[in-house]
Design a binder for this molecule. Structure first.
Ligand code: SAH
Length: 343
C-alpha cells in the first residue's frame, strides 16, 4: 500500500496515469486530502466508484498516532508521535506572533553525535519516510482544528539530520509547499543542517526558495570538531565555501544558528572570530539559548545580549531566538529520550 501523504503531486500524477486516469485526477486527490481533509476515498464524490475501488486497493491515507502530548503554559504543544513500526518521533508546535510553526523531525534518532544535543543520545534507527514528515504537520493541524487554525510555518529542526535523508526531505518540502497541498509558502519553510557540504550544494541547485539554516556553534575547527564531529569531514573553510556558492546559486541568504554555551563559545573574542569567519557570506546569526541536557557538562550562557551587541557592532545581523515551552521537556530530543529512559 502506498501512503498518499508521501507523494509529491508530480509522483502522484505519474501513478494515476498508470492507473489509466487523467493526470488531473492527482490534483483532485490532493484537494480532497489536503484542502477538504477527507479521511476516506469513498467520500470523494467527484471520483468514479470504480476508481475508488482501485484507490482502496492500492493506496492508504494513514496518519500518525499520538503516543504522548504536553501543552505548555505559552500554548506550545509537544507531541511524541508513534509511527507504524512502533518508533516514536518528536514534533513541536510553537506560537509566534507571525504564525504557527511546526518543528519537524526528519529521522528516528540521529547519528551526528553533537556533544550538546539530546537527540543524538539515541542513535539513528532509520530515516523518516516522506509521509511520516507530512504526517507530523497533519497531526498538528488536527490538534489546531478546534481553534480553526493550521500550521503556517515549518522548520525541519527536530530530531535528525535532514540532509542525511535528503530525497525524502525534498519531497516533503514539495508537498507542503504545493498550492494544491498544504500551501505553506517557501519563505515559511526552513531546513536546518549541521553542515553536510555536498548536500548544501545540491540543495542550492534545486532552487526551492526555502530557507536554509546552518548549525555553526563554533568559529574555529578545534572547537567545532569537539562540539560537532561532522566538522572533521567538512571543516569550516569547506563549509564557508559551500555557503558562498549557495548564496550565488539560490540568491538567498542563510541563517547561522549559534548556541551560546557558557565559557565555551560565548566570550567577546568568540564573537569577534565569528564575525570574521562569516564576513564573506550573505547571512545572519540566530543566537540560541541553550536548553540544558542533564549532565553533559554544558551550561546556558548569560552573555547573549552582550554577544549579540558585539556582533552588531562588527556589522553582523543577529537575533536571539525566542524560547517556547520552557515548562515542558523542551530540549531537543528530550521528550523521546525520556520516554525511552535514556535521560
Ligand atoms: N541536524 C540538524 C537539525 C536538527 S538540530 C542541525 O544540526 O541543524 C536543530 C537545532 O537545534 C540545531 O541548531 C542544533 O544544534 C540545536 N540544538 C540541539 N540541541 C540543543 C539544545 N539542547 N539546546 C538548544 N539548541 C539545541
Amino acid at each position: 500500500m502506498i501512503n498518499l501523504f508521501g507523494l509529491t503531486l508530480e509522483k502522484l500524477e505519474e501513478l494515476v496515469v498508470l492507473d489509466n486516469q487523467n493526470k488531473f485526477r492527482a490534483k483532485q486527490l490532493y484537494k480532497w486530502i489536503y484542502e477538504k481533509e477527507v479521511t476516506s476515498f469513498s467520500l470523494m464524490s467527484d471520483i468514479s466508484k470504480k476508481y475508488i475501488e482501485v484507490l482502496n486497493e492500492k493506496y492508504c491515507l494513514d496518519k500518525l498516532e499520538i503516543a504522548s502530548k504536553q501543552v505548555s503554559k505559552d500554548g506550545t504543544i509537544k507531541v511524541l508521535a508513534r509511527l507504524k513500526d512502533g518508533s516514536t518521533v518528536e514534533t513541536v508546535l510553537m506560537r509566534y506572533n507571525y504564525g504557527l510553526a511546526a518543528c519537524i523531525s526528519s529521522q528516528v534518532g540521529c547519528n551526528m553525535s553533537c556533544a550538546f544535543c539530546a537527540s543524538g543520545l539515541l542513535k539513528k534507527k532509520r530515516n523518516l519516510e516522506t509521509c511520516e514528515m507530512v504526517g507530523q504537520v497533519l497531526l498538528l493541524n488536527d490538534l489546531l482544528k478546534d481553534e480553526g487554525k493550521r500550521v503556517t510555518h515549518v522548520v525541519v529542526m527536530g530530531t535528525g539530520e535532514p540532509f542525511d535523508n535528503f530525497d525524502n526531505v525534498v519531497d516533503f518540502i514539495k508537498i507542503i509547499n504545493s498550492q494544491y497541498g498544504l500551501a505553506i509558502g517557501a519563505r515559511h519553510i526552513t531546513v536546518s543542517t549541521c553542515g553536510i557540504v555536498p548536500k548544501i550544494r545540491e540543495y542550492g541547485k534545486l532552487n526551492l526558495q526555502v530557507n536554509l539554516a546552518i548549525s555553526l556553534h563554533a568559529s574555529n575547527d578545534e572547537l567545532r570538531n569537539k562540539l560537532m564531529p561532522i566538522n572533521k569531514a567538512y571543516p569550516l573553510h569547506k563549509l564557508i565555501e559551500a555557503i558562498k556558492d549557495y548564496n550565488v546559486a539560490s540568491s538567498r541568504r542563510v541563517t547561522f544558528e549559534y548556541i551560546l554555551l557558557k565559557d565555551v563559545n560565548d566570550r567577546k573574542e568568540d564573537a569577534i572570530a565569528l564575525a570574521k569567519l562569516i564576513k564573506p557570506v550573505f547571512a545572519y546569526v540566530n543566537l540560541i539559548p541553550y536548553n540544558e541536557v542533564d549532565e553533559n557538562g554544558f551550561h546556558r550562557s548569560k552573555r547573549a545580549k552582550e554577544f549579540m551587541d558585539q556582533l552588531m557592532k562588527l556589522g553582523v545581523n543577529a537575533t536571539i531566538r525566542k524560547e517556547f515551552g520552557s515548562d515542558i521537556d523542551a530540549a531537543c530530543g528530550q521528550l523521546r529520550a525520556k520516554s525511552e529512559k535514556v535521560l
